[in-house]
Ligand binder design. Structure first.
Ligand SMILES: [Zn+2]
Length: 773
């Protein structure tokens, strides 16, 4: 009893090996291949998460170091006795007779001096370890922590640094070379002392052959294999993603969702396209590819890699950076308005000069079309119709919608953004943007498959494999955007194939099965392009990481070419299925796109959201009264009823008409009234283009004493009519054809009155004021 206690007590009191050293951060692709790694804080390459000791390495290691590993209790008395003889002969410690278990104890103790007391502590620790740990676990601890020369610790770091591959894939020759290394890493540092290493490796291979672990052919081939050379740089296939995990998951082994093949192709594409961009001093680009079904990120290129990336902010991870959105969020407004019934897909939306306090949106080409179908306005990314649409929908509702579909970055009150919200007044990241598109596509796909909504379908992208938000299966009765609104929006985005003001767009029309949208932020600072198919979402950003704007830095010119190169590697085949069960057929006016009114001459049935049934009916087809010849307007007061011909006429409001007819030569202007027939006041003949009634014109405070010059403008259905202008009842001038006049006015309230030669008059009240503080 006492004798047993004498042995067991020191064993139990001896230190238990622990490994507290910091670990490298390692990021793997979804197949387990290495994307990149960051060195541990102590400057060592020590990989975390080592799980499996490869069989070849185990056989080689035990044959070389510790043949009786599975038999001995942690110490091998025979080996110790042999070592003592050797040491006595040499007069110093030349051999430790160490087992693998003792070596684990020694490594964990920080490589104590080779002294006899140190040796005894190692032995006691080894015995203790054997009591509490399995042989496999001890072997794993050894393999994960053994020194492999230089700052390389552990087998996995060693195979990656010396062989450029995972330990799971090593050959017999490689296993043998690595098995002899920890024994004397300084002596046989790969790349140096090659002869000694070769001799030891080959001796070991022959022993393995003698023990029948490998056959003679394998031996011959193995002896012929080259030795591991100098340490190789680790792969850097997704450096910005590796940085991301280094920041948030330091010291962990991350199995990411990245598809290594897609990642590699995407890197090639981004870097090749970056060369073209660099010619125009656009120094950075980024892309992300997401699988719709799961939201898994398949490719993550946080920034292009160029020779001079360092001086151009190449280390900035653009995917996570907040950038002005430009037009890239217009589809969300379009979808929201379809769902709410504020808009039908082809409803005409005003495209006329529009000024709001502190904000006057312009289309990219600075032109006005008078009125355009909403779907066309979306596919052409016209700014004025978008702002007019938002005015109807309200920034408050759109902001709610942004938050409900998954944007977290629009966190200021609606008043902060105002109507500019739809033109890039807010910021988001490529990460959130593509996450939202993937959510929308997922919602549409699920509806088509299961005729229902799931609460978990709106979620951010997933980047860690099998470790993200598991989509809840709870049914969602009130999805932020339903399948029909999303489908109608994608149908409109599918037609994005004629970017305005850009050459070379034909190149883009070869991908019909893609819903895509570009965006350009104010000042040409951010170029966006995002596209979705039923399977994938691809998002691209181009610009300068430091925010410098460049002429030509537009979504179409800079980002879309990268998008389409990426689309080519993803090979979209299918298009989204129409959610027929949810869409409703609505009879619309062919010309105005509104719900057909009683007088609309041509109508069609179109698929729309159910709330579209409540949308406004066509306001522009009217019955007008003409004389027998059809060239003059009349009414019952001036001609007998039998002499009146009724006809349906398409009549836009004067300002819309003014611009619309310039692009639509077939637009028929209302005929003039027959002499003596009073005009019908229900159809206005004039309308102010500027100023709009009720607006406040701000001028700098220090100029409030000076009169302000404004250019007032009126649209008349018949521009040849004379128009007489009055400011505050004082006559100011007469115009014909071009109804524009310069007006000088002091701060205060004013009224402009214009009268045409037929006595029609309109008024506009406005005020000029110092800038509010
Ligand atoms: Zn109509």
């Amino acid at each position: 009893m006492i004798a047993a206690g004498v042995v067991i007590t020191p064993v139990l009191l001896s230190p238990f090996p622990g490994f507290e050293a910091p670990l490298s951060t390692v990021v793997e692709a979804r197949d387990g291949s290495l994307l990149g790694a960051r060195i541990a804080d102590d400057g060592q390459w020590r990989f975390p998460g080592f799980e499996q000791v490869p069989e070849k390495f185990e056989k080689a290691l035990l044959t070389f170091e510790d043949r009786y590993f599975y038999i001995h209790p942690g110490i091998n008395p025979v080996a110790i006795f042999r070592a003592m003889i050797q040491n006595i002969r040499a007069g110093e410690i030349v051999s430790g007779g160490s087992t693998i278990t003792m070596q684990v104890a020694r490594i964990s103790g920080g490589y104590r001096q080779r002294t006899y007391p140190g040796k005894i502590i190692e032995m006691l620790s080894a015995l203790k370890m054997e009591l509490f740990r399995s042989k496999k676990s001890i072997l794993k601890t050894y393999s994960a922590n053994a020194p492999f020369g230089g700052n390389i610790v552990g087998l996995e770091a060693a195979t990656w640094r010396y062989l450029g591959k995972s330990s799971a894939d090593i050959t017999w020759a490689e296993a043998a070379a690595l098995a002899v290394l920890p024994n004397s890493p300084a002596l046989v540092f790969p790349g140096k002392n090659q002869e000694i290493l070769k001799t030891r490796r080959n001796d070991l291979l022959r022993k393995l052959f003698e023990r029948k672990f490998l056959d003679s052919i394998t031996l011959i081939l193995a002896l012929d294999e080259p030795l591991p050379g100098e340490p190789k740089p680790l792969p850097a296939k997704a450096p910005h993603l590796t940085d991301y995990f280094y920041k948030y998951n330091k010291g962990e082994m991350i199995l990411s969702t990245i598809d290594p093949v897609i990642q590699e192709r995407a890197v090639e594409i981004v870097n090749a396209c970056q060369k073209d961009l660099s010619g125009n001093f656009i120094n950075n680009s980024a892309c992300i590819i997401i699988k719709v079904e799961t939201g898994e990120v398949l490719a993550y290129i946080g920034n292009s890699i160029t020779d001079d990336a360092e001086e151009h902010g190449g280390d900035v991870d653009i995917i996570r950076s907040l950038r002005s959105t430009g037009s890239i969020l217009k589809p969300v407004l379009f979808a929201g308005m379809q769902q709410s019934g504020d808009l039908l897909p082809d409803m005409l939306v005003p495209d006329v000069p529009s000024r709001f306090p502190g904000f006057s949106p312009k289309n990219f080409d600075l032109s006005y079309s008078g009125a355009v179908p909403a779907s066309y306005a979306l596919s052409q990314s016209l700014n004025i119709p978008a702002v007019r649409m938002l005015q109807k929908y309200t920034p408050e509702k759109l902001l709610d919608m942004f938050q409900n579909v998954g944007f977290t970055t629009f966190n200021k009150p609606a008043g902060h953004y105002g109507l500019s919200l739809i033109l890039g007044g807010g910021e988001t990241s490529l990460w959130e943007l593509t996450g939202v598109y993937a959510s929308l596509s997922r919602v549409l796909n699920r509806y088509n498959k299961e005729m229902k909504y799931s609460a978990g379908d709106y979620h951010p992208p997933l980047i860690v494999l099998n470790n993200g938000t598991i989509p809840e299966e709870a049914e969602d009765t009130d999805p932020p955007l339903n399948a029909s609104s999303i489908w109608l929006t994608y149908e409109a985005l599918k037609k994005v194939n004629r970017p305005e003001g850009e050459a070379g767009w034909q190149y883009f029309s070869s991908s019909p099965n893609l819903a895509w949208k570009t965006g350009t932020s104010f000042g040409f600072r951010d170029a966006w392009a995002v596209g979705t198919t039923p399977e994938y979402v691809i998002g691209v950003w181009a610009g300068n990481a430091d925010g410098e704007g460049r002429p030509g830095l537009t979504g179409i010119a800079a980002a879309a070419p990268i998008l389409f190169e990426l689309v080519n590697i993803m090979k979209p085949a299918e298009w989204f299925i129409e959610p027929a069960g949810e869409l409703t057929m609505i009879k619309t006016c062919s010309l105005s796109g509104f719900r057909a009114g009683p007088d609309c001459p041509e109508t069609q049935e179109i698929p729309a959201c159910i709330n579209g049934l409540r949308s406004e009916s066509c306001p522009w087809h009217k019955i007008i009264h003409l004389d027998k010849t059809g060239t003059m307007r009349v009414n019952a007061d001036c001609v007998p009823p039998a002499a009146i011909r009724n006809e349906v006429w398409f009549v836009l409001p004067p300002v819309m008409e003014y611009f619309y007819r310039q692009k639509h030569p077939d637009y028929r202007v209302l005929p003039p009234y027959a002499p003596g027939c009073a005009s019908d006041k229900s159809i206005p003949v004039m309308e102010f283009i500027y100023p709009a009634s009720g607006i406040k014109i701000f001028i700098p405070r220090d100029q409030t004493g000076q009169p302000t010059r404004i250019i007032a403008e009126v649209a008349h259905r018949n521009p040849s009519r004379m128009i007489y202008w009055h400011l505050d009842e004082e006559y100011k001038g007469t115009t014909q054809f071009t109804h524009q006049i310069e007006i000088l006015a002091n701060a205060g309230n004013h009224v402009i009155t214009v009268v045409d030669e037929e006595g029609n008059s309109i008024k506009c009240a406005f005020s000029i004021t110092g800038r509010a503080d």
